[in-house]
Ligand binder design. Structure first.
Ligand code: AMP
Ligand code: GLY
Length: 423
């Protein structure tokens, strides 16, 4: 079978690596892909938002299955466009991807169906938001309603910061139209866990848990990024937490979406905060996490094609989802200065060290081919992942592997997975 993957980051490389393991697949395309994905798939120069071109490509090349990795095309309705042409696609339709595409929608859904989350208010104009903040308790969290590359969340410690935040989101439009509406919510404290799941419209199957490291610098300092590294499973995701979430969050979310006439098929990513009052939903995403996919997918035992097809066909209840009883750690190698400003175009050396090394993966995020050389082409460049019998072993393997690759301005956090030492 022929599979098309839409996207170009480390997540799509991890998806491609899983798809490549399937005995059912004989050809993989990726649009637009990157220099690493090109080792597994034929990369085609079509952007993820070029819906007509993607649809025409899938039809002309008799693609049997398209997997959409990224949030923008999902929220924009790529699945609807391709399905209307009779194509098989994995991912939520536009009316379900709104679970990620609008924070106001997701908060309202959680309130209506009693799914635990932070208390909040939604605002359509800056004046009302400003008035509300004057009587609110600090710290407080401001969220642009729409997609903002994971950066539309401001945590404000003082009223002054919060008022500046409203100005930048709603008046200066720092995140563009994503800031036409805004959610203001209660600040929560606790440990964060990412839980990815497969959903077929009615049934939900939970993947092994993970934890991201969103800040740029060691000790969770510095600006928020797309994610600087992950580990899986999270030792903080205990059986008690799992039981609570199964009872109050996972199936409740899937049932709520179905009840709203927005059946969700695809991956739901639950960003959870383990608070003193129990787990609460920080956010939903309508896709695999990046870099969560880079530690979760290498540990999945199932053939990903079987699982994805079961989601499309509404037959997920027949799948026994299984993960290896091991651990994985992913350390992002970034360009120094990310996420603010950084240079690109530096040659990357040492990538061959990963060839045929079982348990080690070098997922490409921002790379491209330049006259036959692989060069840096983004803020997040590579996701170096290693497995191990324990988190500690996986961590030591992953950091050892970060030394195999070199490029100018290479930057990484040195404390990915350090929290496991507290357990
Ligand atoms: P989000 O994109 O909604 O996941 O937010 C990005 C990050 O902001 C989260 O991973 C949290 O670290 C933080 N955050 C979001 N909402 C809250 C909240 N209500 N309380 C505390 N931290 C939050
Ligand atoms: N790692 C967080 C995200 O994918 O949104």
């Amino acid at each position: 079978m022929k599979v098309l993957i839409v996207g170009s980051g480390g997540r799509e490389h991890a998806i491609a690596a899983s798809v490549a393991k399937s005995s059912k697949v004989d050809k993989i395309y990726c649009a637009p892909g990157n220099a690493g994905i090109a080792g597994l798939a034929e990369c085609v120069p079509i952007g993820a938002m070029e819906f007509d071109k993607l649809t025409a490509f899938a039809k002309e090349n008799a693609v049997d299955l398209t997997i959409v990795g990224m949030d923008d095309p999902l929220v924009g309705g790529l699945v609807d466009v391709m399905e209307a042409e009779g194509l098989r696609v994995f991912g939520p339709r536009k009316n379900a991807a709104v679970l990620e595409g609008s924070k106001a929608f997701s908060k309202e859904l959680m309130k209506k169906y009693n799914i635990p989350t932070a208390a909040y208010e939604t605002f359509d104009d800056a004046k009302a938001a400003t008035d509300y903040l004057k009587g609110a308790k600090m710290p407080i969290v401001l969220k642009a309603d729409g997609l903002a590359l994971g950066k539309g969340v401001l945590i404000c410690n003082t009223l002054e910061e919060a008022l500046d935040g409203v100005k930048s989101i709603m008046e200066d439009k720092k995140f563009g139209d994503a800031g036409n509406r805004m959610v203001i919510e209660e600040f929560m404290t606790g440990r964060e866990v990412s839980v990815l799941s497969f959903v077929d419209g009615k049934t939900i199957k939970i993947m092994s848990s993970a934890q991201d490291h969103k800040r740029a610098n060691d000790g969770d300092k510095g600006p928020n990024t797309g994610g600087m590294g992950t580990f899986s499973p999270s030792p903080f995701y205990t059986e008690e937490v799992d039981d609570f979430c199964k009872k109050h969050i996972y199936q409740a979310t899937v049932d709520a979406m179905a009840a709203e006439g927005r059946p969700f098929k695809g991956v739901i990513f639950f960003g959870l905060m383990l608070t003193e009052q129990g787990p609460k939903v920080l956010e939903y995403n309508a896709r695999f996490g990046d870099p969560e996919a880079q530690v979760v997918l290498p540990r999945m035992k199932n053939d990903i094609i079987d699982v994805v097809e079961a989601c499309i066909d509404g037959a997920l209840d027949k799948i026994d989802l299984q993960f290896e009883d091991n651990a994985a750690v992913c350390v992002i190698l970034a360009s120094d200065g990310y996420p603010i400003s950084y240079e690109k175009g530096f040659p990357i050396k040492g990538l061959d060290a990963f060839d045929n090394k079982e348990g080690y993966y070098c997922f490409h995020a921002g790379t491209k081919l330049d006259n036959g050389n692989i060069v840096t082409n983004g803020g997040r460049v590579l996701g170096v992942t290693a497995t191990g019998a324990t988190l500690k072993e996986a961590r030591s393997n992953a950091y050892k592997a970060t030394e195999w690759v070199e490029f100018d301005n290479k930057y990484m956090r040195n404390d990915i997975g350090k929290a496991i030492e507290e357990v």
